[in-house]
Design a protein around this ligand. Structure first.
Ligand SMILES: Cc1ncc(COP(=O)(O)O)c(C=O)c1O
Length: 466
């Protein structure tokens, strides 16, 4: 597919070539804006835009009233590294794998180099809405937003939460830079270094990283691939250990996609009351369900012990970096922690997203997105059905991934290094626990369409595990 470059980019490329080929030497003056317009047949604004971009890249420097000059040392300028030139495969620890996967932007894609160039219509609408909010911005760029975040976005969140059995008010939300930050603020508010936190096993590796960072101890509670945390096992643990908080994903837990049944939720909250536990609800996949969207745990939280954490990352855009937390009895403390660590969130971004939701863009995007997730999950299950090894896979009704259990002798952490040599990035099971368990498991995402190269990558994976 060929794409016509915008004029400023064509001009920028021409000028860069002249500099990098040595045609223009360090310290040499570039043609004036007027000459460039004349020579290249572009407008003044296009020429200025191209020059500003080269200046931002450090290739040229502006001198007051004299024009633009080639910057010294431009020959050391390195082109951006390609994924294939990233660090060579080597023995790894679990946290290195996590960092490595994130560096390759590959948490939800076997082949991160196979990005689609087509922007879905809903995202085009979202981008327009954010663009409009940015253009409407007048003097607000000189002022911080309030720490809890934009009231309109919080009102929209409150309206949406009512659909999931929880009629919240706008002031029960605090906007964050993603669910990871929400979880971080929640743990900071309820725990002190050395405290014990209960988590699901297998469970989200991001939480394990947070516990490590905050010097908290972890007790892993077995989780069923279908119904999530084993509440009986949690009860026994609470009788033995002084646990401060429990992090749980009742709706489409990662990595399995499990949904916690209503009775288990009621028992969980009763245990929280009995043991004075904070329940940190990671609800990031809540909206992704295609058959139904489960209620939030907050819907039955009569003691205000649930801290609800979520974001737009899984169903709208990971790149927005926009999430929220509703802190129950710890809410004011959480706002204070957000203020301390971040001061405020970007106002125009929040306003753009709030308008997108208010105008119905989010709901219609979700309707389409859920259907494509469903098809992609079905396709993945069909492809897994052809694998030559015996395996068990979950078949979730929401979320972005499923959990595959391979024969016990398969070590998916070693496989990670192996597949990387071929540009395939997998998510090994041992990432989802501190116990060393799940070494024969994999989380496989269905967040992207199964096009030819992804099908081939999955097939290759099946050959490597056989
Ligand atoms: C269960 C879970 N919680 C939280 C996060 C972090 O979300 P965010 O990108 O909004 O920070 C993720 C991202 O992978 C996740 O899977």
């Amino acid at each position: 597919m060929t794409v016509e470059l915008p004029r400023y980019q064509k001009l920028e490329n021409t000028l860069r070539q002249s500099i990098e080929s040595g045609r223009w030497q360090a310290g040499e003056r570039l043609p004036s804006i007027r000459t460039l317009c004349h020579q290249q047949g572009v407008s003044k604004i296009t020429a200025q835009h191209a020059l500003q971009r080269l200046e931002a890249q450090g290739l040229i420097k502006a001198r007051e009233r004299s024009g633009f000059f080639v910057a010294p040392g431009h020959r050391e300028f390195e082109p951006p590294r390609q994924a294939s030139t990233l660090a060579a495969p080597k023995p790894v620890s679990v946290s290195q794998v996590f960092q490595d996967i994130m560096t390759r932007s590959a948490a939800f894609d076997l082949l991160p180099d196979q990005r689609s160039e087509v922007t879905p219509p809903g995202i085009v609408q979202l981008n327009r809405s954010i663009g409009r909010a940015l253009r409407r911005q007048s003097v607000s760029f000189q002022y911080y937003d309030e720490p809890a975040g934009d009231p309109e976005l919080r009102s929209q969140l409150a309206l949406r939460s009512a659909r999931r059995g929880w009629p919240a008010e706008a002031d029960q939300f605090c906007i964050t830079s993603g669910c990871q930050q929400s979880l971080f603020l929640a743990l900071m508010a309820v725990c002190q270094s050395g405290d014990v936190v209960a988590v699901e096993a297998p469970g989200f590796y991001g939480v394990l990283q947070l516990l490590e960072q905050l010097q908290l101890k972890v007790v892993e509670i077995p989780a069923s691939p279908n119904s999530g945390m084993d509440i009986q096992a949690l009860e026994e643990t609470l009788q033995t250990w002084d646990v401060k908080a429990c992090v749980v994903s009742p709706a489409f837990a990662t990595p399995t996609g499990a949904v916690m049944p209503h009775e288990a939720r009621v028992r969980l909250l009763a245990l929280a009351d009995q043991h004075q536990l904070a329940i940190i609800e990671d609800d990031i996949y809540g909206d992704s369900g295609w058959l139904n969207v489960p209620d939030t745990l907050k819907a039955i939280d009569e003691s205000d012990r649930v801290i609800h954490c979520s974001s737009f990352s899984k169903v709208l855009s990971r790149d927005l970096r926009l999430g929220w937390v509703s802190g129950g009895r710890w809410h004011q403390q959480i706002i204070q922690l957000k203020l301390t660590s971040q001061l405020a969130s970007s106002r125009f971004l929040q306003q753009g997203v709030a308008n997108f939701i208010a105008e119905g863009g989010y709901s219609s995007f979700l309707r389409r997105y859920r259907q494509s997730l469903r098809q992609q999950r079905d396709h993945l299950l069909t492809l897994l059905g052809d694998w030559p090894v015996p395996l068990r896979a979950t078949a979730p009704l929401g979320g972005l991934a499923l959990w595959v259990e391979l024969p016990p002798e398969v070590d998916t952490l070693s496989l990670y290094a192996e597949t990387l040599k071929e540009g395939i990035v997998i998510t090994p099971g041992s990432l989802f626990s501190v116990s060393g368990k799940f070494s024969n498991c994999l989380r496989i995402s269905f967040a992207h369409p199964w096009n030819g190269p992804r099908v081939a990558a999955l097939h290759r994976l099946s050959e490597l595990v056989s």
